[in-house]
Ligand binder design. Structure first.
Ligand SMILES: [Zn+2]
Length: 156
């Protein structure tokens, strides 16, 4: 299941354009908590373009703007020393800063160089290079991980 950001687009509603992060987008879609109208969901997307055996580039769109429905940032990480010409394109409404965009693109290219085609889901790619939080972890462990990640991310 994809992740994404949802928001209300009802002009009469107080929650219009207030982003809601969705870790698992439900099949029935998103309904505003305030006005109960169906909202818009922008989910993360990925695709592969170019040809060849190996990935040369990751292009990652970040800093999604709900009002214009556009990504304002693009991080490009390239490896010139590769035989292939394939590009991994990834758009994520969950990545809001340039630092994180660049870091995520770097991790993805690193993993793509050593992984097979069967595992191209951005979650798998990022999961290999990054620690992630799991809300089903016992609470003390979750807090410990959160603390660690906070320290780690503040250095990036
Ligand atoms: Zn609403």
């Amino acid at each position: 299941m994809a992740r994404g950001v949802a928001y209300c687009k009802n002009k009469e509603c107080d929650l219009m354009f207030k982003p809601v992060i969705m870790i698992n987008i439900p099949k029935e879609g998103f309904f505003c908590y305030e006005c109960k109208e169906p909202g818009r969901i922008t989910s993360e997307k990925f695709s592969v373009t170019g040809k060849g055996e190996e990935f040369k580039e990751v292009r990652l769109e970040f800093m999604y703007d709900v009002q214009s429905d556009e990504y304002k940032g693009l991080a490009i990480i390239k490896d010139e020393h590769t035989a292939g010409n394939k590009v991994y394109n990834y758009s994520s409404p969950l990545i809001m800063s340039e630092n994180r965009g660049m870091k995520a693109a770097e991790i993805m290219l690193g993993v793509l160089r050593t992984t097979d085609e069967a595992k191209l889901d951005p979650r798998d790619l990022l999961g290999k290079g990054m620690e992630s939080l799991d809300i089903s972890d016992p609470w003390p462990l979750y807090l410990k991980k959160l603390e660690y990640l906070e320290k780690k991310w503040s250095r990036i």
